[in-house]
Design a binder for this molecule. Structure first.
Ligand code: PCA
Length: 215
């Protein structure tokens, strides 16, 4: 059976929910395009998150791995292009650790590109009426750590054909605490994930359209 692994994060910082998990868990144990979806929650902790992720990949042997996290304040679903080999935490993680300027992997390359068809995903989301953009930074906190660590470990899991990371905005109830901030309903995020899974399963070559920025 073809499988896809979805991950979302536990709440972190001042938040009591994490929409990345709330959206991902809706699809747990469901089928899409003949593919079995498995959802796993990652702790918002350096290293521990990667251990949980690797255990899930070992256990489920997915064909696609799509990790999601929250980037509160962003206006839309942001499909990350690149992971970088740095940990630089603005706030302590949920285990109280705050690495500053350490590598994710000692001997690893500077960065890894997503192997998801990022342009096709953004285009398909927009076509469905869901706001989305390419992002060129996943930050330097636990999300980038997981994204980089995921791509780095894939040399051990050649059956994973495509993998990457997507950040979600605030949910409306979170954004109510930050007037003027963008938000997206959890149900829309879940629909976005379904669209991204479908397109990733169907796409072998990404679209050649601009997702670039000049600032
Ligand atoms: N967002 C954080 C970590 C967990 C999450 O959901 C980040 O963007 O690094």
């Amino acid at each position: 059976m073809r499988k896809i692994l979805l991950t979302g994060f536990a709440p972190f910082g001042a938040e009591t929910t994490n929409p990345s998990w709330d959206a991902v868990v809706m699809l747990d144990d469901s089928m899409l395009e003949g593919t079995h979806i498995i959802s796993v929650q990652l702790p918002c902790e350096f290293d521990v998150s990667l251990a949980v992720l690797e255990k899930a990949i070992e256990q489920h042997r997915p064909e696609i791995v799509l990790c999601l996290g929250q980037a509160g304040g962003r206006a839309d679903m942001t499909v990350e292009r690149v992971a970088i080999n740095i940990n630089d935490a603005r706030i302590p993680d949920n285990g109280g650790r705050q690495p500053i300027d350490t590598p994710v992997a000692e001997q690893g390359p500077v960065g890894y590109f997503s192997t998801l068809p990022i342009k096709a995903l953004v285009q398909a989301l927009r076509d469905k009426g869901i706001p989305a953009s390419v992002s060129h930074t996943a930050g330097t906190y636990v999300c980038n750590h997981v994204f980089y660590g995921l791509m780095h470990m894939l040399s051990r899991y050649p059956q994973v054909r495509a993998a990457g990371f997507v950040h979600v905005p605030y949910s409306p109830d979170q954004a109510a605490a930050y007037p003027g901030t963008a938000s997206m309903a959890i149900s829309t995020m879940t629909e976005a994930i379904r669209v991204m899974i479908t397109i990733t399963l169907r796409t072998t070559q990404d679209l050649r359209i601009s997702g670039g920025i000049t600032h």
